[in-house]
Design a protein around this ligand. Structure first.
Ligand code: NAD
Ligand code: IPM
Ligand code: MN
Length: 358
């Protein structure tokens, strides 16, 4: 075995635990067959930990995360923490503290039958969303005055910086260029948000000028929602702000079969990054062996890919494709298996793919 990569594991709340367990099972299988070691440090942060200790993230928490090669996260959110404070500190806090400015969310239909749109094939749903991940309406700047009274004033500011907008737009074009793609769409709401989103307009034109071979299209976010349902094949790369990216990637998750299969990476290229499924903690499904682990498993594949282990990432992707095509999945995408059995199938497929010939 080679020197291990050190992965911080944050399963979190609800089905975050169920699906992360399966992602680790699959990573174990891939590590066994490749002979390349992975070492996991489990961190208990989540609602239970917060309710027990009053701590969301320990004082050295972000530093501890940054000392790892990568972070694998599950999901955060629990009805016992109605203000979602722990999730904001753990998830949004990590995105900001580690400056993970790229939220990379691929939307890829694995099997025609999973698309909720009529007569669509896998060739027609295959694009990637780059969501700005450190500013926008998520900056946490605002406050409430006379809270709880009928005179309450609630303010939530949207932050758009030249640096922040520029680096995510540039990342989108650079990705398109390196992947041989020819279309980038930027979505904003510059017809209504005339200051903040004028900055997006300016930066988009500026960066697009450096990529003359790439078609740079602008859509207002409401029109993007419309076109994504009407004709997803029109899109290859989408770049947008934090909130719009959050919303549009749940729509994208639906196009590829549901939240159970959607994967994501929170990246700062070259630095410790975090990988997590797009879905939340789905409290009603927690612990019931029902949640689909594929989004978490594909997020683990994105992690290996970002760490340069492309072959191992491809092994996971191929095994997931086999599970989906053969119907060896959970019920949300038409199978009859439980969470654990789906993970078992994917892990066994990886081991079989690499078993020595008899
Ligand atoms: P959710 O993603 O948890 O659930 C939305 C719907 O999708 C539900 O019907 C759920 O059953 C289904 N679903 C989600 N994941 C699934 C899976 N793996 N397999 C099968 N079905 C799945 O979103 P929500 O209900 O809006 O939020 C629940 C909690 O999760 C809230 O506290 C919310 O803040 C939190 N949340 C966290 C994250 C995250 O940690 N990244 C993301 C979204 C929501
Ligand atoms: C996501 C989630 C988070 C977000 C929530 C839990 C704060 O919806 O990762 O998509 O809005 O970013
Ligand atoms: Mn979301």
């Amino acid at each position: 075995m080679s020197a291990p990569l050190h992965i911080a594991v944050l399963p979190g709340d609800g089905i975050g635990n169920d699906v992360t367990y399966e992602a680790l099972k699959v990573l174990g299988a891939v590590s066994d067959v490749s002979g390349r070691a992975l070492a996991f440090d489990h961190l208990p942060w989540g609602a239970d930990h917060f309710l027990r200790t009053g701590i969301t993230v320990p004082s050295d928490g972000y530093t501890v995360l940054a000392e790892h090669d990568a972070i694998l996260a599950g999901a955060f959110g629990d009805p016992r923490v109605p203000d979602n404070r722990h999730a904001r500190d753990i998830l949004l806090g990590t995105r900001v503290s580690l400056d993970l400015y790229v939220n990379h969310r691929p939307i890829r239909l694995i099997d025609d039958r999973l698309c909720p749109l009529k007569n669509r094939s896998t060739l027609q749903v295959n694009f990637v969303v780059f969501r700005e991940n450190t500013e926008g309406l998520y900056a946490g700047i605002g406050g409430r005055f006379k809270a709880g009274t009928n005179d309450e004033i609630a303010i939530q500011e949207e932050i758009n910086t030249y640096k922040g907008v520029h680096r995510i737009v540039r990342h989108a074009f650079a990705h398109a260029a390196s992947a041989g793609l020819t279309r980038v769409c930027m979505a904003d709401k510059s017809n209504a948000m005339i200051d903040g989103h004028a900055l997006w307009q300016r930066v988009f034109r500026e960066v697009a000028a450096d990529y003359p071979a790439i078609e740079a299209r602008h859509l207002y976010i409401d029109a993007l929602a419309f076109f994504l349902v009407q004709d997803p094949s029109a899109f290859q790369v989408i770049v947008t702000n934090n909130l719009f990216g959050d919303i549009i990637t749940d729509l994208g998750a639906a196009l590829q079969g549901g939240l159970g299969v959607a994967a994501s990476a929170n990246l700062h290229p070259g630095r410790t990054s975090m990988f997590e499924p797009v879905h939340g903690s789905a409290p009603p499904l927690a612990g019931k062996n029902t949640a689909n682990p594929i989004g978490a498993i594909l997020s683990a594949a994105m992690m290996l890919s970002a760490l340069g282990r492309h072959e191992e990432a491809a092994l996971i992707e191929q095994a997931v494709h086999a599970a989906v095509i053969n119907g060896q999945t959970t019920a949300d995408i038409g199978g009859t298996l439980g969470t654990r059995e789906t993970g078992d199938y994917v892990a066994a497929t990886i081991r079989k793919a690499r078993a020595p010939e008899a």
